[in-house]
Design a protein around this ligand. Structure first.
Ligand SMILES: NC(=O)c1ccc[n+]([C@@H]2O[C@H](COP(=O)([O-])OP(=O)(O)OC[C@H]3O[C@@H](n4cnc5c(N)ncnc54)[C@H](OP(=O)(O)O)[C@@H]3O)[C@@H](O)[C@H]2O)c1
Length: 328
């Protein structure tokens, strides 16, 4: 495993992390024993960065990580990034207050069983929250009070990421970055790196599309967002298959699969692309221990060659760009 340093996080983290949304729900049924197996499989393979949110299973994902931390000899080496804001209902800017920040982070500290949260990210807040200086003043209060070590923002729109980079002590930006979502490579990655801000790349497999294993007949469980959020009726449609229409994504993923180097899986090719392009850490959401091990093993893979990188760019430009590039 390679470990990447972003100065604002103050600690090197594994370039392959683990996304933990699926431990809470929205990806079919959950099972706590299975969740523990996935967490330990990733950590045993050298993963030290884990991403969760207070809203995933309304705390279920955080509590699973809390149990995992208690059982782990190397818990002090594990970095847990959580998020807050999405438990607001309705999800409106007025709810992003200091009182709520305190209550939300206290709940996450209890769920995770830690005194101080390593990193709390605003969970794709309304743009006006990111343009309100009080938001960041209040986050600094949480640092001063010892509730959190660092704060960051998870964004939908690249332009929001460029805006929050103006905050001197912002530690991280979480963004969708994958073979089907390349816009952050235009400016955001370089601007973040210059400031020592960590880039946390989410949805790196385009919700599984980039494993290359689905076809037009593939179906998902009724309680899986890949069934119920295909039209964006539950949350931003960009979070499901990266906003690429399913049939378009299946065809393009088959073209990606044809480029898979011998001995690699297509999922590994997709994840290696994200690390090679410059993410600090990439957080695939493994649903099995085998997936977690396969994903963490990307931290041992060599570089993708230039010809394959160019072919991946070609697939994006000819098949995907028109569906996503101007939107997010
Ligand atoms: N707004 C936000 O801040 C936000 C939004 C979304 C996600 N996130 C974070 O980003 C993380 C990752 O994103 P994501 O889970 O939405 O999408 P993802 O990582 O692109 O896709 C996850 C899916 O890919 C498949 N997969 C994973 N590893 C695989 C492997 N080795 N081989 C084959 N298939 C594999 C699994 O689906 P199947 O087994 O069903 O094929 C899995 O459920 C989340 O867990 C969460 O922490 C944050």
């Amino acid at each position: 495993m390679r470990y990447e340093m972003a100065n604002r996080l103050g600690v090197a983290v594994s370039e392959i992390g683990l996304g933990c949304w699926q431990l809470g729900g929205d990806w079919g049924d959950t099972d706590d024993d299975r969740s523990q197996e996935i967490l330990h499989a990733a950590a045993d393979a050298g993963t030290t960065f884990f991403d969760t949110a207070d809203v995933y299973g309304d705390g279920l994902s955080e509590r699973a990580i809390g149990r995992f931390l208690r059982d782990r000899d190397n818990a002090s080496e594990i970095f847990v990034a959580t998020k807050m804001g999405r438990r607001l209902d309705p999800h409106v800017a007025e709810g992003y207050t200091l009182d709520n920040f305190r209550a939300w982070t206290d709940r996450s500290r209890e769920n995770l069983g830690v005194e101080t949260l390593d990193l709390v990210q605003l969970h794709c807040p309304p743009s006006e929250v990111m343009h309100d200086p009080r938001t960041f003043e209040n986050l600094r209060v949480l640092v001063d009070e010892g509730r959190i070590k660092h704060f960051g923002v998870s964004i939908e729109l690249v332009e929001d990421g460029l805006h929050v980079l103006g905050e001197d002590d912002l530690a991280s930006i979480q963004v969708i970055l994958n073979v089907f979502r390349r816009k952050p490579t235009e400016h955001l990655l370089r601007e973040a790196h210059e400031r020592g801000v960590a880039i946390i790349a989410r949805v790196p497999l385009a919700s599984g599309l980039l494993s290359g294993k689905y076809d037009e007949h593939t179906t998902f469980a009724a309680n899986d967002h890949r069934t119920y959020n295909r039209d964006g009726s539950a949350f931003d449609v960009g979070e499901t298959f990266s906003g690429v229409p399913f049939e378009v994504g299946v065809r393009a993923a088959q073209d990606v699969a044809a480029l898979t180097p011998p001995g690699w899986t297509t999922a590994q090719l997709a994840l290696r692309w994200v690390t090679q392009i410059g993410a600090t850490t990439v957080i695939p959401g493994a649903r099995t221990p085998e997936q977690a091990r396969g994903n963490s093993a990307v931290g041992e893979l060599p570089q993708i060659d230039d010809a394959t990188m160019a072919s991946l760019a070609g697939i994006y430009n000819s098949e995907i760009r028109e569906h996503v590039h101007s939107r997010w």
